[in-house]
Design a protein around this ligand. Sequence first.
Ligand code: CA
Length: 239
Amino acid sequence: MAVIAVVEDEQAISRLICLHLKSAGYEPHAYETGEAFLRALPGERPDVLLLDWMLPGGADGMEVLSAVRRNERTRALPVIMLTAKAEEVDRVLGLEAGADDYLTKPFSFREMVSRVRAQLRRRQWDQGEPAALAHGCLAIYPREHCAKVDGRPLALSPKEYDILCKLMERPNWVHSRENLLGALWSADFEGGARAVDMHMTNLRRKLDEAGAKDYIQTVRGVGYRMRALSAGDGSGPGF
Ligand code: CA
């Protein structure tokens, strides 16, 4: 599960940010000050940092950002700045200092989740082969024969991988058990529809645990489908 560090001194906002990150399948780690985050950083492995610009105490957003960029281990960490300052001059300043993206308060949580997802996806690109199939936080890399959730590989059996590819080829399309059987097993296979159900149960458990919750839906009496996602999936109204 991808870890998102949240450095924000306004507790009400921080709580809401964390709530929406959690419901999108991420693991938020919240800090109220820049110093608290920098103190914890040696033991942290965040995948994305959401960083407020105006912070109380010794280290404001800009100082935290430059500390992150000076550190060899966190140099490439994607940083999204949160700021109440909408003026262009501040944007330019922040981007030049090494921020990867910006959210100007008030922002919508839906927007925030999709920006976080975009940073995670970009990191996947930087790390190698582009995904052949992507759906929300899920991506398939055929050359590596690998499925990933937010850039982290899933440990799937070959059959689970095949089923997932089949479902992702056509999101929202309902595949009957017979259809999946015919496509994925040889004609003399005797396990029947139950084998499909068994692999499906394991696959869903692995997706849930990795943060891709409820991506596969059961259509009663018919079969299975990859649920359609809305933009920024799993988020609510803004503030
Ligand atoms: Ca603040």
